[in-house]
Design a protein around this ligand. Structure first.
Ligand SMILES: Cc1cc2nc3c(=O)[nH]c(=O)nc-3n(C[C@H](O)[C@H](O)[C@H](O)COP(=O)(O)OP(=O)(O)OC[C@H]3O[C@@H](n4cnc5c(N)ncnc54)[C@H](O)[C@@H]3O)c2cc1C
Length: 372
């Protein structure tokens, strides 16, 4: 349920996804006046419809330290707050099927171990004992105790409740334009005008569209990720997250027994019209791939498949922090696995709004890198 748009606030966050809401939560908890606006009912886009994977070992090596911070932030969020996020940390398996996969898995495992990720190599009986539900075609896997997942549905509900209980507001209001004024901005929305000192643009794939309202060009492209959910069945995957060394694969079983088949097979869509369509060839390929790893999936009815939008920055890095030469204007959007890293991005941008320096890890994430 959305509230009524006030006429002013110290900080306005544009976008009620995981980054916008965690930003607002930190500001509200610090006693700052904050309003989150969203063009539609809050928590309806990527953050609501994603696979919930917060794994470490399926992440690109360059950003591994950032994803570790993301995971630490998830743990802090879950420990510090009353809400139920459906966060489960029982570890994950990254599997290999072909000989090339096994070689690639060894290479990646060594690379990740060098970065301090603790992995256990599994093959033969050790692998069968750990995961008897894996296909015999899976010949090796690495186990990472840090791999986790959370429920997107519960997370959104918990964050919105927490922001409101800390005095923040979450309101439906599409930002359509802005006017600069002395020490801040007048934000023009479909629900009225809102004056503020700070704006945090956390509009996910639409961050480039919002940036253009401020006369800034940001290169943000779009991924249209596919996800499917099966009927409920008895627990058989021991709450593990399964990923694949060959990529485009995530699988887990939620506590209600449903299996969630994801990994980034692409559908079709247009962020300006909001059109989203499954690509049936991609969907079939996704499901075949999953069944080749966990054959038991073949016996389950697929209940629903859908696609959702994810922002992709051209250089593969998140975009977070103050905008050079534009006091009070901040950006905070991720690239790709934004559910995993989102709470960390929300924390550091909220701290920047409160005048703190951005951490060293984020120095090449600044929006300034795109601004001539
Ligand atoms: C199917 C799928 C599966 C995925 N699986 C995973 C996964 O397992 N693990 C993982 O880490 N990541 C996953 N992702 C990616 C992850 O969901 C996103 O990276 C992350 O949720 C982005 O969060 P966000 O807050 O940046 O943006 P979003 O959740 O996209 O939120 C942005 C918000 O901004 C609002 N907005 C836009 N323009 C305006 C405007 N003009 N005025 C007001 N509001 C506006 C939008 O309505 C939206 O609510 C997946 C994505 C999809 C689609």
């Amino acid at each position: 349920m959305s509230g009524v748009l006030p006429t002013s606030a110290e900080t306005v966050v544009v976008g009620a996804g995981i980054i916008g809401l965690t930003t607002a939560l930190h500001l509200a908890r610090a006693g700052r006046e904050v309003v989150v606006i969203d063009k539609a009912e809050p928590w309806r886009e990527g953050s609501a419809v994603n696979a919930g994977t917060c794994a470490l070992q399926n992440k690109v090596t360059d950003l591994l330290p950032a994803y570790r911070l993301g995971l630490a932030e998830w743990r802090r969020l879950v420990a510090e707050m009353d809400g139920d996020f459906g966060f489960i940390n029982r570890g994950g398996l990254r599997v290999a099927q072909s000989a090339e996969d096994v070689a690639a898995l060894r290479y990646r495992a060594a690379e990740q171990a060098a970065q301090g990720v603790e992995l256990e190599w599994l093959e033969g009986n050790a692998l069968r004992d750990r995961a008897p539900w894996l296909s015999p075609s899976v010949t090796a896997a690495t186990f990472c105790a840090d791999d986790s997942f959370a429920s997107p549905l519960l997370t959104g509900q918990a964050l919105i409740r927490a922001i409101r209980s800390e005095g923040g507001q979450v309101v439906v209001a599409a930002l359509t334009d802005r006017r600069e004024k002395g020490d801040g901005y007048d934000l023009l929305t479909e629900a009225g005008t809102l004056s503020c000192r700070n704006v945090v643009v956390a509009a996910g794939p639409w961050s480039d569209r919002v940036a253009s309202l401020f006369g800034i060009h940001l290169p943000v492209s779009l991924n249209v990720n596919t996800l499917s959910v099966t009927e409920r069945t008895g627990q058989f995957m021991d709450n593990l997250v399964v990923t694949h060394i060959a990529g485009r694969f995530t699988l887990k079983q939620f506590p209600n027994g449903s299996c969630i088949l994801g990994g980034g097979f692409q559908g079709r869509g247009d962020k300006d019209t909001g059109r989203k369509e499954l690509d049936l060839d991609q969907l079939q390929a996704n499901i075949r791939y999953q069944c080749s790893v966990v054959p038991q999936l073949q016996d389950l009815t697929l209940l629903r498949s859908w696609v959702g939008f994810t922002a992709i920055a051209t250089d593969g890095r998140p975009t977070v922090g103050p905008t050079p030469g534009r006091p009070g204007l901040f950006f905070a959007f991720s690239t790709n696995a934004g559910f995993s890293i989102g709470p960390y991005v929300g924390r550091i941008v909220s701290e920047a709004v409160m005048g703190r320096t951005m951490p060293a890890i984020a120095h090449d994430w600044t929006p300034g890198r795109f601004i001539a």
